[in-house]
Design a protein around this ligand. Structure first.
Ligand code: XMP
Length: 562
């Protein structure tokens, strides 16, 4: 993912600045649930906090904020991102050991600028302010922040003047850091001293010598190569965390929470073949065994061998209850004559809900639906107001189901990042192939056959896609690419094979790198690999006589063609 300038996204609610703990603040999770039309989860759904230590990240709106929590977790310390004005009572149960004030797009000297709650400055816990967070500390404790004479953006060299500071333990005197700020500190608050500087920023890191630290650069981005060491120093050396949070702990906590929440009731989960639903199903199966039924719907839009592989992995290897529905005919019937991508998505989503409900009804009374919602989805859906973001594509999973079927939701991955989900999958013993499967969209091949979908076109696409996958795997590139696939266009072109004129389909190849699908770059695949893929497709798939490689990134394109 390319790192861009901080976006102008506003912090959660400028109206709720200078909050004190008696103001009612809705947490991200509650907001997300409200938006999803989900009843508040029973108290037991909270992962039991045993010995777990947490670094709290107060979110002032920078686009890098999730990365802070992620880097801290990479240091084996649990971390959660919460709104900047979250009252102490709402974080105390997480056993906080330190607080990070994140970056953000505002300027502290503006009226209504978001500021940290008073508990941050009461000396209860060590605090690290990053970028805007540093400016908030400065402003709130009596220093002065002004617009920088020269905006500093990009790489710069940080000189560490206090080599004894625990924040910089183990680092060289000069390190490369990433800056992205328009304001800077003119005067430190009383009692503070500078501990590092850059050419343009004399006060690039400051401390009060006790437990308050502030840094102007961003340690969470990869462009600050030793940034993780700085965050580790903060969590372990300054906050005294033990660094004992592991995926194994998470699994144990989740299993206990699921048992407590479900009791003797029944749970259903939609299996897609993807890693998220696979991990959800496996976790829940470990917790409650055959009280779980997986519903696996073949919508006729899956790739070659996908149905067989998924089915055998779950039923044969993991011994789960699976109700399998071959919905090919009804889905394809429903898609007849449909060419508009959004209409395709809607039709598939609705048909899926129908099939799913029919299957669930056969199971008698079911109380819970399990879903593979991930942490970035939770944060994203909490932050993007209903009118704030333009709809680019509708992403259907099983949206609408819980409310319609009066099901309660179980979302055991809602605190995890994708790479952590993969770790859970490995730890649970899922096959590597499943754990490392590239994402595949819910509407499947329907959005990769451009225009109307027919059985013939789906077969052509399956054959071409199978070759792409096969060659990418042989070249050992599968894991390093976010997604790789073939697209069947509705363009036909003239070619020549032997002495004959051909008139065949044009196939597009898409391969992208990405961290989270929000942005993506087209992969610079080796020419000879592209040549092999192209040769094989035109030779082995008789209906295709031309292959093109998609060299657009997202934005301005999207990953899928429809
Ligand atoms: P785009 O094409 O929007 O895709 O750049 C971003 C990521 O989302 C996947 N995708 C979907 N997933 N239902 C899904 O479950 C959908 O309708 C859908 N459309 C796109 C896409 O494969 C990529 O990983």
């Amino acid at each position: 993912m390319t790192i861009e300038a901080e976006n102008p996204r506003q912090p959660p609610s400028p109206a709720r600045v200078r909050t004190s703990s008696d103001i009612e603040v809705t947490t991200y999770l509650e907001i997300a649930k409200e938006k999803a039309g989900v009843r508040p989860a029973p108290a037991e759904q909270k992962i039991p906090v045993t010995e777990r230590e947490t670094i709290i990240v107060l979110d002032f709106g920078s686009q890098y904020n999730l990365l802070i929590a992620r880097r801290i977790r990479e240091c084996n310390v649990y971390s959660e991102l919460v709104p900047f004005d979250m009252p102490w009572e709402k974080i105390a149960h997480l056993n906080p050991k330190g607080i990070i004030l994140s970056g953000g797009p505002a300027s502290v000297y503006e009226s209504n600028a978001p500021l940290a709650p008073s508990y941050v400055y009461e000396g209860r816990l060590p605090v690290l302010g990053i970028c805007y967070g540093l400016q908030a500390i400065t402003h709130q404790l009596g220093g002065k922040v002004i617009p920088a004479a020269k905006r500093e953006y990009g790489h710069t060299v940080l000189h560490i003047s206090d080599r004894d500071s625990p924040l910089f333990a183990g680092l060289d005197e000069a390190i490369t850091v990433w800056m992205s700020h328009g304001d800077s500190i003119q005067e430190m608050p009383p009692g503070f001293k500078a501990i590092a500087h850059t050419e343009n920023t004399p006060l690039a890191a400051i401390t009060n010598g006790k437990n308050l630290y502030g840094i102007q650069f961003h340690p969470e981005v990869v462009h600050t190569p030793q940034g993780k060491e700085i965050l580790r120093n903060f969590a372990l050396k300054i906050c005294g965390c033990k660094g004992n949070w592991t995926i194994g702990n998470y699994i144990d906590e989740s299993i206990a929470a699921i048992k407590a929440q479900v009791g003797g009731d029944k749970v259903i989960v939609a299996l897609s073949g993807g890693v998220d639903s696979a991990v959800v199903a496996t976790l829940i199966h470990k917790a409650i065994g055959n009280q779980l039924t997986c519903i696996f719907v073949n919508n006729g839009l899956l790739r070659r061998e996908e149905v067989e592989r998924t089915f055998s992995a779950f039923r044969l290897n993991l011994g789960m209850n699976i109700s399998f529905v071959d919905g090919t005919d009804r889905f394809l019937e429903r898609l007849k004559g449909v060419t508009d991508p959004e209409v395709k998505r809607k039709a598939i989503g609705e048909e899926f809900i129908r099939v799913f409900e029919e299957e669930a009804t056969k199971l008698g009374k079911v109380d819970f639906l399990a879903q593979g919602t991930l942490y970035p989805d939770v944060i994203e859906s909490a932050l993007s107001g209903s009118t704030a973001s333009a709809k680019i594509k509708t992403h259907h999973n099983v949206g609408g189901l819980p409310a319609r079927m009066r099901l309660k939701l179980i979302e055991p991955l809602r605190y995890l990042f994708k790479d952590e989900v993969r770790k859970v999958g490995i730890e649970l013993g899922l096959p590597e192939e499943m754990v490392w499967r590239q994402p595949f969209p819910g509407p499947g091949l329907a959005i990769r056959v451009i225009g109307e979908i027919t059985r013939e076109k789906l077969e052509i696409l399956r054959s071409a896609d199978f070759i792409v996958m096969n060659e990418i795997k042989k070249a050992k590139l599968y894991r390093s690419l976010w997604q790789t696939f073939a697209v069947l266009t509705d363009v036909k072109s003239v070619g020549v094979m032997g002495d004959h004129r051909t008139y065949g389909y044009l196939v597009g190849i898409r391969a992208v790198t990405s961290e989270d699908a929000m942005t993506a770059d087209w992969a610079r695949l080796p020419y000879d690999l592209l040549a092999r893929i192209s040769n094989r497709i035109v030779n082995e798939v008789s209906e295709v006589n031309r292959v093109v490689y998609d060299i657009t990134s997202k934005p301005p394109s999207t990953i899928e063609w429809e």
